[in-house]
Design a protein around this ligand. Structure first.
Ligand code: ADP
Ligand code: ZN
Ligand code: ZN
Length: 724
């Protein structure tokens, strides 16, 4: 008999030990079936004979061993263990975030066969003329010209229905894809001639091969970071190695996936939340078998079981969506760095607007700093111009000077992009008689008026209501929208420029599958066009015909209490501005503001992000904020405000007795009431990470004993990004 410690998918901060009989052979990393109360659970063999196991008499025997070979490698187990400890999160929930559902459910992996598509003899004889009526079918047929393509890869970039149509015509067929390492078959498209800066970066990355090294590629928008990634990867694929590319939101940047797939013959898979359970498992298996060369994925791709990982790339490393915002609140960049350390491979972080954390790590010489200071094609960087809104008559929120610029660019056949970070028609409806505003009954927030769907929607809790006919206060029927959202701006622009095509990009217009892709396609056609949208526009798109970017309203972001607000504004402005002037014509950025003299705006536009960020970092040093101190945040949420306050006050009292901590709070959160609950927080700062972690462990132990902890919802956020 021996004892096996099993990781179970439960939200509990404790160990689970079981008895293993002599005839039960199990390797660490294999799945097991074990009893748990009246249930049976699937767990992962985590540790054999742990020194601190529970008394044998209390242990139950393992029911059965599912796998002969580990599903979780040693390195992955190390990563998950680290993640659970670092974020002080139950290991079971870390597993749930990391492992595909079918694997967690104990499915027999051999039942999930992998397929590849190939041309049938009839398909091989076909010619492009046979696909005159379907460009999509032609694309699929062309993709298969060079040989079979894994189904997972083909379906990542082509609609399933198109694939099926070709199969129905007997032009393509499936065959079983053996799970064996891939063979690089050269490049599909020749590499570009690198600029001198790009070449330096590629050399530096390749010199870091086969050891742990973090590198930051700080390259202005349009400087050709993606080309650097592609060329740094190429020799790795020739050696049969694997590469992981993490992007903030894959759905928003289909162009990135396409660029990788059209460069390499080797299989490129993608990983994101829209895959089916079977597709996820298949991707997991192909990564494990080494039959895929590259995976491009969102956050959780960092947990995939690569057999021969040789480089990790984090694109747009500053992006906030790399941090999980609920449950297991990990930062994909930070955990990916840990993964690279465990795997002994380099990690490359890329951005035009690096996070202050990464710049700090460069200053501390923990990261190698690489930079691309010019645009790859020699285009000039866009020029900023402030438009003072004070004492101006605005037409639909646009100054006459702005309108003049827009008209000019459209007349020259160029595209104009308008950025307004507020979707919907108007941020609220207001009573013309008494000033009453529509607000959410569950949040400290107004409800946004959506004209097309005739709804009032709370963008914080999602509550939806019909548009009222009358004021709740005075009964007047004179209700009117206040302020402007993208839906209204679109309507207004249509009125001002009736003959110009308009594309609106926000969460409402891109909800339908394929809508974003077709919007991006239309933007990539030349000809005058107005493009308007929310921060979706900031996400690394390449808009070659945009020569003018209008930031309709920057003022909302200028006076925020969040210490990260300046950094985030700098990033947003620079990224949005970076869409302009990528083609042969130079770009201009108009910033509409009532505060043209504001130091923050002046700093960003006069000095550029790189200099701005370095002075922002200096300010963080003076104010002793992250990354100069480490921060952890406790949040409490309850139906009664005083419960939160009481619980956090107790927590603060205890934290005060622990060494090396500075406390801020308890404070009510910036939006105190959300989705019907009151929210409070306590911020813990420490100059020493070990001290902070020691303190968190002590606090968590105590919290779990407090009866009050069960009367509210609490959570711990280590290295929080969002302080709301
Ligand atoms: P970034 O990701 O840095 O914003 P991209 O990788 O999208 O920039 O590159 C911007 C544009 O410049 C793309 O159209 C790309 O094809 C082009 N480009 C990149 N590198 C080169 C190069 N060495 N020579 C010519 N064009 C290049
Ligand atoms: Zn009223
Ligand atoms: Zn709400």
């Amino acid at each position: 008999m021996s004892v096996i410690r099993v990781a179970l998918p439960l939200p509990l901060r404790q160990h689970f030990d079981y008895l293993l009989s002599a005839n039960q052979q199990v390797q660490i990393g294999c799945r097991l079936r074990v009893p748990f109360g009246k249930r049976e659970l699937i767990g992962i063999a985590w540790q054999l004979d742990p020194a601190d196991h529970y008394p044998l008499a209390q242990l139950k025997p393992v029911i059965s061993v599912i796998d002969r070979q580990p599903v979780i490698s040693d390195t992955l187990r190390q990563l998950l263990t680290f993640a659970a400890e670092y974020y002080h999160h139950p290991l079971g929930e870390v597993l749930t975030a990391a492992l595909p559902a079918l694997l967690r459910e104990g499915k027999n992996l051999a039942d999930y066969q992998q397929h590849a598509w190939q041309l049938t003899p009839a398909g091989a004889k076909a010619s492009p003329a046979d696909f005159k009526r379907s460009a999509r079918q032609l694309e699929v047929w062309q993709a298969l010209q060079q040989g079979p393509v894994p189904a997972l890869e083909l379906q990542a970039s082509h609609p399933r229905t198109t694939v099926k149509q070709l199969a129905d015509k007997n032009l393509i067929e499936q065959h079983l894809l053996p799970l064996t390492p891939y063979h690089q078959r050269g490049l599909k498209q020749p590499a570009l001639q690198l600029t001198a800066d790009q070449a330096l970066a590629v050399t530096a990355i390749n010199q870091a091969a086969e050891r742990f090294q973090s590198l930051l590629l700080e390259g202005v928008t349009g400087s050709g970071k993606t080309e650097v990634y592609l060329q740094a990867i190429a020799p790795l694929l020739d050696a049969g190695k694997q590469v992981l590319v993490i992007v903030p939101e894959i759905g928003l940047t289909p162009q990135t996936l396409a660029r990788f797939q059209s460069r390499f013959q080797a299989p490129v898979l993608c990983w994101h939340s829209n895959l089916t359970d079977t597709e996820r498992l298949n991707c997991w298996q192909q990564t494990q078998a080494g039959s895929t060369a590259i995976v491009i994925g969102t956050r959780s791709a960092l947990f995939l079981p690569f057999a021969r990982l040789s480089l990790i790339i984090i694109d747009e490393e500053h992006d906030q969506s790399l941090k999980q915002q609920d449950g297991f609140r990990y930062h994909a960049r930070d955990l990916a760095i840990k993964r690279a350390a465990i795997e002994q491979c380099p990690i490359l972080l890329g951005s035009a607007t690096p996070s202050l954390e990464s710049l700090y790590n460069c200053q501390q010489q923990r990261f190698v700093h690489l930079s691309l200071q010019n645009r790859a094609g020699g285009q000039a960087m866009p020029r900023y111009q402030l438009v003072d809104l004070k004492q101006q008559v605005l037409q639909f929120g646009l100054a006459s000077q702005t309108l003049q610029y827009i008209r000019q660019q459209l007349q020259q056949g160029m595209q104009v992009m308008l950025f307004l970070n507020r979707r919907g028609f108007a941020p609220a409806l207001s009573c013309q008689e008494c000033g009453w505003l529509t607000e959410c009954h569950r949040c400290d927030a107004f409800t946004t008026y959506h004209k097309q769907s005739r709804q009032l929607v709370c963008h914080h809790c999602g509550a939806i209501k019909a548009v009222p006919r009358q004021c709740k206060e005075c009964g007047s029927a004179r209700l009117a929208p206040v302020g402007q959202g993208t839906e209204q701006l679109e309507e207004n622009l249509q009125q001002l420029f009736p003959d110009v095509a308009i594309t609106r990009l926000d969460r409402d217009t891109t909800r339908r599958k394929g809508a974003l892709a077709s919007a991006l396609d239309s933007i990539n056609q030349s000809g005058p066009r107005l493009i308007l949208g929310t921060q979706m526009l900031a996400k690394g798109h390449h808009f070659p015909y945009v020569t003018l970017v209008v930031i309709v309203d920057v003022d909302g972001a200028l006076y925020s209490s969040d210490f990260r607000a300046p950094e985030q504004l700098g990033q947003l402005l620079t990224q949005v501005a970076g869409r302009a002037g990528r083609g042969s014509n130079p770009g201009t950025v108009l910033l509409q503001t009532h505060y043209p003299e504001h130091v923050l705006l002046q700093d960003i536009i006069q000095n550029g992000y790189a200099a701005f960020a370095r002075s922002a970092l200096l300010e963080r040093q003076h104010t002793r904020l992250p990354p100069y101190q480490h921060l952890a945040l406790f949040r409490a949420e309850a139906l009664q405000s005083n419960l939160c306050q009481q619980w956090l006050t107790e927590l603060a009292a205890m934290a005060k007795t622990l060494p090396g901590l500075e406390l801020l709070g308890p404070l009510s959160s910036p939006m105190e009431k959300r989705a019907g609950k009151f929210r409070w927080q306590l911020q813990l700062y420490s100059a020493q990470r070990p001290q902070l972690h020691q303190a968190l462990a002590t606090l968590l132990q105590a919290i779990q004993q407090w009866p009050l902890s069960r009367q509210l919802k609490w959570q711990l956020d280590v290295d929080p990004i969002d302080l709301s």
